[in-house]
Design a protein around this ligand. Structure first.
Ligand SMILES: [Zn+2]
Ligand SMILES: [Zn+2]
Length: 51
């Protein structure tokens, strides 16, 4: 599955704040969130997953 990877910056006081979100694509054509998701007509409800 695709997911967002959140990196954190940690200050000297050990306080952490979110830095950046990286979008990780699973590159599976059966994944609705992937950019490679099957572009042709198919049974999306049966064949594909999303999260
Ligand atoms: Zn995915
Ligand atoms: Zn689909």
């Amino acid at each position: 599955m695709c997911y967002h990877l959140v990196t954190h910056i940690e200050y000297a006081c050990s306080h952490q704040v979110p830095d950046q979100r990286h979008y990780i694509d699973c590159n599976q054509w059966t994944c609705r969130l992937s950019r490679l998701h099957n572009p042709t007509e198919h049974d999306c409800m049966q064949q594909c997953t999303a999260m």
